[in-house]
Design a protein around this ligand. Structure first.
Ligand code: DAK
Length: 259
C-alpha cells in the first residue's frame, strides 16, 4: 500500500511513523486512519522491528480528529470511524513492541489519545497537550476517558477533560502525562535513544512487562499478581532468559534472539 498521509520508515530496527498532513496540523481523517491501520499491522508483524516511534510533520504531533470531516459524518459513519480508531490504538498498545510518542507541538483530542496509547511519551519543550472534545460537544472517543486516568489519575484526568484546556510540556511532565521533556530540536534523537535503551533488553521480557502492566491495571491485585507469575514462568523457559542470566555471570552483554 502506498501512503499519502503518513510516512513509515524503518532504520536500525526502529519504525518511524510520521503523520504527514501539516496543512491540517496532521488531523486524523478516515483516509489517514486507513493508512495507519496498515502501517501498524506492518510494524506489528515485522520481526526486524523492535520499537515504534510515532511523530508528526510540522508544528503538530496530531491536532485531533479531522473536525471538518467529523462535521459531515452520519451517526453510523461516526460510530464506525470511532470504533476503527479505538481498534487501531488497541492494536498499537497491544502489538508487543514498545512505542514512543515523540510529541512536537499540538497533541490534541485524538492526537493526545494516540500519545496515550503509546507505551511512553517524550515531549518537545513547545508541546501542547489536551482533550478539547467537550468544547465541541463531544467526549474523547479514542480511549481518552479510559487511558488518561490510568496514566495521570482520575482527578487530573477529569480536570483536563472537563476544562478542555491545553497544558504545556512542563505541566504535562509534572502530572505524569509525558515521561520526558527535551528541546524540540532533540525530540527525535531523544525518542530514538529511549527506544534503543529499551531494545537493549530482552524483547520477550519487554513484551511481557508491557502486557503485565496494561492487563494488570484492569485486574484485582491478586489476579494481577497471578498474571505476573504466569509471565515470569513463561519467560523462564526462553532462550533469552538463559542468555540474559548467562551474560551476567560471564560479565558480557547479552545477545537476545527473541526466542
Ligand atoms: N481538524 C481539521 N483541521 C484542523 C484541525 C482539526 N482537528 N486542527 C487544525 N486544523 C486546520 C485548521 O482548520 C487550519 O486549516 P486552514 O484554515 O488553513 O485550511 C490549519 O489546520 C492550521 O490550523 P490553525 O490556523 O487553526 O493553526 P493555529 O496555530 O492558529 O491553531 C490549534 C492551532 C491547534 C490551536 C487550532 O488549529 C485548533 O484549535 N485546532 C483544533 C484542535 C481540536 O479541537 N482538536 C480536537 C479535535 S476533536 C470520535 C472519536 C474521536 C474523536 C471524535 C469522535 N468518535 C466517537 C466519533 C476525536 C475528536 C477530536 O480529536
Amino acid at each position: 500500500m502506498s501512503y499519502e498521509n503518513i510516512v513509515l520508515e524503518k532504520r536500525e530496527g526502529i519504525a518511524f511513523l510520521r503523520v504527514d498532513r501539516p496543512s491540517a496540523l496532521n488531523a486524523l481523517n478516515a483516509a489517514t486512519i486507513t493508512e495507519l491501520e496498515h502501517a501498524i499491522d506492518d510494524v506489528a508483524k515485522d520481526e526486524q522491528v523492535g520499537a515504534l516511534i510515532w511523530h508528526g510533520e510540522g508544528k503538530a504531533f496530531i491536532a485531533g480528529a479531522d473536525i471538518k470531516e467529523l462535521a459531515t459524518l452520519s451517526p453510523i459513519e461516526a460510530k464506525r470511524l470511532a470504533r476503527r480508531g479505538q481498534l487501531l490504538l488497541g492494536r498499537l498498545e497491544g502489538m508487543g513492541k514498545p512505542s514512543v510518542a515523540a510529541i512536537g507541538g499540538f497533541a490534541l483530542g485524538g492526537g493526545c489519545e494516540v500519545a496515550l496509547a503509546c507505551t511512553l511519551r517524550v515531549a518537545g519543550d513547545r508541546a501542547r497537550l489536551g482533550l478539547p472534545e467537550v468544547g465541541l460537544g463531544l467526549i474523547p472517543g479514542y480511549g481518552g476517558t479510559q487511558r488518561l486516568p490510568r496514566i495521570v489519575g482520575t482527578g487530573r484526568a477529569l480536570e483536563l477533560i472537563l476544562t478542555a484546556e491545553m497544558v504545556g510540556a512542563e505541566e504535562a511532565h509534572r502530572i505524569g502525562l509525558v515521561n520526558r521533556i527535551v528541546d524540540d530540536a532533540e525530540l527525535l534523537d531523544a525518542a530514538t535513544a529511549l527506544a534503543k535503551r529499551i531494545m537493549a533488553n530482552g524483547p520477550l521480557a519487554v513484551e511481557a512487562a508491557i502486557e503485565s502492566v496494561h492487563r494488570g491495571s484492569d485486574l484485582a491485585l491478586d489476579d494481577g499478581l497471578v498474571l505476573e507469575t504466569c509471565q515470569f514462568g513463561v519467560l523462564a523457559g526462553t532462550n533469552d532468559m538463559r542468555e540474559g542470566t548467562q551474560a551476567f555471570i560471564e560479565k558480557r552483554k547479552p545477545d537476545f534472539k527473541r526466542s
